[in-house]
Write a protein that binds this ligand. Structure first.
Ligand code: PLP
Length: 398
């Protein structure tokens, strides 16, 4: 029946098609939860994988899949690897989906003490409930890592974050891959702080890379999402099956926002790195600052490792103020240019106090052992004029 033949109240319901053949210049947002089949046979072919197509939004969507593949291509750029990507509803769901896909009851994870606080909490409070234990260690101590892997053959995954949030400690990716391969362990890296512009773990032999795209990849603070990128085709279906059954898929609107952000990623990362270096150099000579954690500083303990695996040193740094908790909070309250917000990687400069926010629920002894003291402040240096950032820090510290 044509639309001319149906009744008015049916016409209200009818979905109209745009029959023009012109191609949109920009990726459209496919705001649809499902996709029509030409006939029942096409539906069967798509469901059985005989035909490439879309069926239901939780399984993927043209906006989501296009952006996922672009991110995978960026991570694999220059490696010759045929990488795949899955956008997820958040960075946390990217991590949980990878872990639940690849590990089972009785398996264990080896990871570092200074992960993003939410990840540590997830490992202890959620993943542990499925019988998947986590061992926390100093992953910069290669002998210790080897001995743990040797002694505990239930460890099936080496999961790490480099640079770590918020200590900026760098983990030697190549060394982790070498040990993981020796003991038949899968590697997964959270490369959120770097983006593929700065660091490409796949090129160093890592199996999976995850990002909270909420941060630099979106870059504008208006989307929450994550991505899982891998290249072992035999594991692709396993990840996708978990993603669609857990329902951790991204939505097209957030995917579209990431797509916009990625277009300026390269120049943003250059400016973030340039500004962070200027701020780190300023803080490094300030009498009220005990320590600056920025891998770009030649005196930083992880400078050499960072140099070997990062193209620039990125926009993240942390520093320790000489003072007790009330004094530190009072200095932060004096900032007027830098924004006090619990995120990172946006175009504007963001300040966070880890001990009272991102690491609030991490045991004090665990966080302090990693240098996350009450005096530690994290700065996500934006792309503004660096002198305005320095002037604001200067007046607050004064
Ligand atoms: C390094 C890192 N990984 C993962 C996450 C979690 O990402 P999301 O907030 O998008 O779930 C965060 C959040 O701050 C993070 O900093």
């Amino acid at each position: 029946m044509s639309n001319k033949q149906i009744r008015f109240d049916s016409l209200c319901v009818k979905e109209y098609k745009d029959n023009r053949s012109t191609t949109p210049h920009q990726l459209p947002i496919y705001a649809t939860s499902s996709f029509n089949f030409e006939d029942m046979e096409e539906g069967i072919d798509i469901f059985t994988g005989k035909k490439i197509g879309h069926a239901y939004g939780r399984y993927g969507n043209p906006t989501i899949d296009t952006v996922s593949q672009k991110l995978a291509d960026m991570e694999a750029f220059g490696t010759g690897l045929d990488a795949f990507g899955f956008l997820t509803s958040s960075g946390m769901s990217a991590i949980s989906t990878v872990l639940i896909s690849l590990l089972k009851n009785g398996d264990a994870i080896l990871t570092q003490n200074d992960l993003y606080g939410g990840t540590t909490e997830m490992l202890l409070k959620v993943i542990a409930n499925s019988g998947i234990k986590s061992t926390f260690a100093d992953l910069t101590d290669l002998d210790a890592v080897e001995s743990i892997l040797q002694q505990n053959r239930t460890i099936k995954m080496l999961y790490f974050e480099t640079p770590a949030n918020p200590t900026m400690r760098c983990i030697d990716i190549k060394a982790m891959v070498r040990l993981a391969k020796k003991y038949g362990v899968t590697t997964c890296v959270d490369s959120t702080f770097c983006t593929p512009v700065i660091q490409q773990p796949l090129s160093l032999g890592v199996d999976f890379v995850i990002h909270s795209t909420t941060k630099y990849l979106n870059g504008h603070g208006n989307s929450i999402a994550g991505v899982i990128i891998g290249h072992k085709q035999e594991l692709k279906k396993q990840i996708w099956t978990t993603l669609k059954l857990l329902g951790t898929t991204c939505n097209p609107w957030d995917a579209w926002l990431i797509n916009n952000g990625m277009k300026t990623l390269s120049i943003r990362m250059e400016r973030h790195s340039h500004n962070a270096m200027a701020v780190a150099e300023y803080l490094d000579t300030h009498p009220k600052i005990v320590r600056v954690n920025y891998n770009g500083l030649p005196n930083h303990p992880y400078h050499e490792v960072a140099k070997s695996q990062m193209k620039t040193f990125g926009g993240m740094l942390s520093f320790e103020i000489d003072g007790d908790l009330p004094q530190v909070l009072s200095i932060l309250n004096k900032l007027t240019f830098c924004t006090k917000a619990p995120t990172l990687g946006d175009v504007d400069t963001l300040v966070l106090h880890p001990a009272t926010s991102s690491h609030l629920n991490v045991d004090r002894s665990i966080r302090e052992a990693s240098g996350i003291t009450d005096g530690l402040v994290r700065l996500s240096v934006g792309i503004e004029n660096s002198q305005d950032i320095i002037d604001d820090l200067s007046q607050a510290l004064a």
